[in-house]
Design a protein around this ligand. Structure first.
Ligand code: NAD
Length: 497
């Protein structure tokens, strides 16, 4: 029988009392790997209560001690990178190399959290008025919550709880119910690193569990990553309940190809960035915008995509794995059909994709459309599969206009050998993360992950300095020390003197 995953509350892995469970499948075989329980209301309350009571002591733990927990944790994650990646591959279907990358990009955030004392430093100004000094501290908020999507089950939880906890908060994580085994493994290692009981709790479940956390009176902040409609819901309900919310959402990322770009770099980048991770990345390139004669390269893009084949996680020759669920696969096939009906040219059709030895896998082959227009559903919606759309325009202005008219603003890139074109693009484009001859410009954690428009709801973004601001409050102290009794009577004005 498949293992039933525990919750993690108050420092203990506990069997959930809930009868509601979901089977976690290997997406290449449909083998049931585990069962995930949907936590009861009582268990959610216990998790928040544990986080709340632990906050009283954890916030007093010296900052260097909190940093040392992160030092031990990043070391353990590195030691266990491959076994975490194996679990991750099994439950997501990602190739082993891609799963290692998922874990690594999370480790980088934990490394960043090791520097928490510098990141939390306040500001000081001496003598703001006669013998008066002003200085500020950043202090933790209290109980913070993280809700994560299926597509990066190591990296995205690690965007959240290490920085929140390093800042002195306590945390309740609600991972995606589709791949909960990796977050549980991350939790085991956090315990092994010496995390005190109650600093981190893990509650499994779906929308009911999220809604209970969003409205819980003792939760101060919610960090969410997922699809646009759910991000909007989380932002609305969370802020209505006076929580601080950052909600990272879906995307439609364009790559502009100028005729002066290096053709081989363009083709390799388009193939890797559209099909890598089976297209299940919020920073995947899903639209290639060819400017002028660059459109002549579309047949070569097609030929290169046709050489990529999906396969099982331990198949070294596979370019990517299956879709996460049969439903996700069907949704993508629906878009491929719609693209054909709406009049786009399907140059490569991955709808009928078989992988030898894996007849039950959620396979979708690389798919390429050309002559795509902005009114087609394949262009308007996030497909989240290995489907690349080609659009054409006469000028860089046309490409910029097209991207700025799209409601999403997560990532974009330009391939060119012209500094002038690149400078114009980076300045005029209304997208939060821009690559220049880089197809997937995900910043390292000393910067923040800065999606714009419908790809983000909130003010402070994930990781980097912005996440430290998100997980803390600033306290500003204005102080005067008297050596002798002050001269004069009461100050009846607002002016410091
Ligand atoms: P999803 O929105 O279905 O689920 C995300 C989380 O929300 C899960 O934990 C899920 O249990 C919960 N949830 C689902 N429905 C809910 C509801 N009605 N109410 C409350 N909670 C609910 O997303 P997904 O399919 O797991 O992930 C893929 C999506 O995430 C894509 O749209 C992708 O672009 C986006 N994503 C964005 C980023 C980013 O940083 N911008 C990063 C990764 C993924």
């Amino acid at each position: 029988m498949a293992e039933r995953l525990p919750l993690f509350i108050g420092g203990k892995f506990t069997h959930s009392e809930s009868n509601e469970t979901l089977a976690v499948h290997d997406p290449a075989t449909q083998e049931v790997l585990s069962e995930v329980p949907f936590a009861s209301r009582k268990e959610i309350d216990e998790a928040v209560a544990s986080a709340r009571s632990t906050f009283v002591t954890w916030r007093e733990t010296p900052t260097p001690e909190r940093a040392r927990l992160m030092l031990r944790y990043q070391d353990l994650l590195k030691q266990h990178q491959n076994d975490i990646a194996k679990t991750l591959s099994r439950e997501t279907g990602k190739t082993f190399a891609d799963a290692q990358g998922d874990v690594w990009r999370g480790i980088e955030v934990v490394e960043h959290a090791c520097n928490i004392a510098s990141l939390m430093m306040g500001e000081t100004v001496e003598n703001v008025a006669g013998r008066i000094d002003t200085y500020s501290y950043t202090q933790p908020l209290g109980v913070c919550v993280g809700v994560t999507p299926f597509n990066f089950p190591a990296m995205i939880p690690l965007w959240m709880f290490p920085l929140a906890v390093a800042c002195g908060n306590t945390f309740v994580l609600k991972p995606s119910e589709q791949d909960p085994m990796t977050p549980n493994r991350l939790t085991e290692l956090f315990v092994e690193a010496g995390a005190p009981d109650g600093v981190l709790q893990v509650i499994h479940g779906g929308k009911e569990q999220v809604n209970a956390l969003l409205t819980h009176p003792d939760v101060r902040a919610i960090s969410f990553v997922g699809s646009v409609p759910v991000a909007q819901h989380v932002y609305r309900i969370g802020t209505q309940h006076l929580k601080r919310v950052q909600a990272m959402a879906g995307a439609k990322n364009h790559m502009v190809v100028m005729p002066d770009a290096n053709k081989d770099q363009v083709i390799n980048s388009l193939v890797g960035a559209s099909c890598g991770a089976a297209g299940q990345r919020c920073m995947a390139i899903s639209v290639a915008v060819f400017v002028g004669e660059a459109a002549n390269w579309i047949p070569e893009v097609r030929d290169a995509m046709a050489t990529v084949r999906p396969g099982a996680w331990d198949d070294d020759g596979a370019g990517y794995g299956p879709q996460i669920t049969p439903q996700a696969k069907q949704r993508i096939l629906g878009f491929i059909d719609a693209g054909k009906q709406e009049g786009a040219d399907c140059l490569l059709d991955g709808s009928d994709c078989q992988v030898e030895g894996y007849p039950n896998g959620n396979w979708v082959g690389p798919t390429l459309f050309s002559n795509v227009s902005m009114d087609m559903s394949v262009y308007k919606e996030e497909i989240f599969g290995p489907v690349l759309l080609c659009a054409q325009t006469d000028s860089l202005d046309g490409a910029i206009g097209m991207i700025n008219a799209n409601p999403f603003g997560n990532g974009t890139s330009i391939f060119t050998s012209s500094g002038g074109a690149a400078r114009k693009f980076q300045h005029e484009i209304e997208v939060g993360q821009v690559g220049i001859n880089i197809p997937i410009p995900v910043p390292l954690p000393f910067f923040s992950f800065t999606g714009w428009r419908q790809s983000f709801f909130g003010d402070q973004h994930a990781y980097g300095k912005q996440a430290v601001k998100f997980y803390t409050e600033t306290k500003t102290v204005t102080a005067r020390w008297f050596d002798e009794a002050p001269a004069g009577g009461p100050n009846m004005t607002i002016k410091l003197c």
